[in-house]
Design a protein around this ligand. Structure first.
Ligand code: NAD
Length: 433
């Protein structure tokens, strides 16, 4: 099939690379010309394991193209994906200005019937809004499908090539059939393509993210309770996750969830509910618990060192909101660094891939180091905020000898508390004994 994808970010680029890898001809469109030029040269603008190989293969085999202009790509395409960003406004509602601009430009470039697929995460009813934005700019017929994306940054390629399920929201059987055909190579092992109406598809996306965020917040609240009453959240997690009704995913207590999706989508769902006058207490509480949790680790640091941290330096391992990505959006590291520096501390940081993105967001607030061990020099304590694999088995003797004081704040529960205490560290996890 011939496909166009509008928006070449974490979702659009991964989708483009994966669709081209299954034999389709794909053109990725982005208004950011620097990005499309770099991609044409084979430079990948984001860190995502496995992506570079697929992009290079698609380009070399002339199945994957990049452009900053719509006309040609839209004319040739049978199916056009919208994958532009929908970042949150101050109100919590998503900013739809990128989606509107993309829809209008798409409408102007149409030369015949098109299937238009909304892959951006959008407010409920947006398939109709997108159609209303397109219609004044074209005389050609089209259908708008809702096809939310469930990939996870860090494992995006695997998630896209082997999805748990694909959700397709359309009322028309023939449109569903085309979409199912496109996705068939990815569901050969029998994972379902779930066909539903577009509104239900839009809600499904928000429901998944809000539910997963709620699981994390639930565990984080229990972890804080454990710290007061003496339980160990890791033992509790193991006790819970073996219950098949609960399952093992997204039950890890830590420094709070971040990223471009959970915080934004939870807020968007709350904003929709507010508009409709529907109480959504569970989701609102998950969001409030997460805001508290992001401040929990800095609070523990202040409980140890005192409320003012002047003259103290903290070495921070990790910046990205989770491992295997360079995405810094809503990362708990941002709250940590804000709270520590506001209390007078200095902060030294290292992340294997998110340093460039972090520099844009925190600039002078931190000293960016070249390695995890350089971070420790002249630091009073180590704080782990992203559980990159390379931080899991460090040289603890070296850490102890380099830090001014052998203190570790483990915001992701990666270490064994008993082992670290035996090695002579003062250790703080989240909800650990
Ligand atoms: N990142 C994720 O893990 C993830 C997962 C599932 C769903 N989503 C959703 O997918 C959508 C895209 O997210 P993302 O993380 O890929 O965003 P992103 O910010 O990484 O990428 C968006 C891209 O769209 C481009 N763009 C903006 N306006 C444009 C226009 N008018 N024409 C062409 N290109 C334009 C931008 O230049 C940018 O490259 C969002 O709605 C998001 O909620 C994201």
């Amino acid at each position: 099939m011939k496909i166009a994808i509008i928006g070449t970010g974490y979702v659009g680029l991964v989708a483009g690379a994966c669709f081209s890898d299954s034999g389709n001809t794909v053109t990725c469109i982005d208004i950011d010309r620097k990005k499309t030029d770099a991609l044409k040269r084979g430079e990948i603008p984001i860190f995502e394991p496995g992506l570079e190989t697929l992009v290079k293969r698609g380009v070399a085999e002339k199945r994957l193209y990049f452009t900053s202009t719509y006309a040609e790509a839209i004319k040739e395409a049978e199916i056009i994906f919208l994958a532009v960003g929908t970042p949150p406004l101050a109100s919590g509602e998503p900013d739809l200005s990128y989606l509107k601009a993309a829809s209008e430009e798409l409408g102007r470039s149409m030369n015949g019937y098109k299937i238009i697929v909304n892959k951006s995460t959008v407010p409920i009813g947006s398939h109709r809004t997108v159609a209303e934005w397109i219609a004044p700019h074209t005389s050609h017929p089209f259908d708008v499908v809702s096809n939310p994306e469930f990939l996870k940054e860090g494992t995006a390629i695997e998630d896209f090539l082997k999805p748990d399920r694909v959700v397709i929201g359309t009322e028309k059987e023939e449109v569903y059939a085309r979409m199912a055909d496109l996705y068939a190579p990815f569901v050969r092992q029998g994972n379902p393509i779930v066909w539903m109406d577009p509104i239900s598809a839009e809600i499904t996306k928000y429901a998944c993210n809000a539910f997963l965020a709620t699981r994390i917040s639930f565990m984080n609240e229990l972890a804080v309770l454990c710290e007061q009453v003496g339980g160990d959240i890791e033992e509790i997690r193991r006790g819970m996750s073996t219950d098949v009704r609960i399952g093992k995913h997204f039950l890890y207590a830590g420094a709070g969830y971040g990223g471009s999706c959970f915080p934004k989508d939870v807020q968007a769902l709350m904003a929709t509910a507010r508009k409709q006058g529907i109480p959504m207490g569970i989701v609102s509480s998950a969001e409030a618990a997460n805001a508290r949790q992001k401040r929990h680790l800095p609070t523990k640091i202040k409980n140890h060192f005192g409320p003012r941290l002047d003259g103290k330096t903290f070495g921070v391992w990790g910046l990205a909101f989770k491992p295997n990505t360079d995405d810094m959006r809503e990362a708990p590291a941002l709250t940590l660094i804000d709270e520590l520096t506001a209390a007078g501390a200095k902060v030294r940081v290292f992340d294997p891939v998110a340093m460039d993105n972090a520099k844009k967001m925190i600039g002078e607030k931190a000293t960016f180091c070249n390695s995890s061990y350089e971070v420790l020099e002249s630091s009073d304590a180590l704080v782990v905020i992203t559980e990159w694999n390379e931080f899991r088995h460090p040289d603890f003797e070296r850490i102890k000898n380099t830090l001014k004081q052998p203190v570790i704040f483990d915001g992701r529960n990666v270490y064994n508390p008993a082992q670290l205490r035996e090695l002579g560290f003062t250790y703080y996890g989240i909800g650990r004994r």
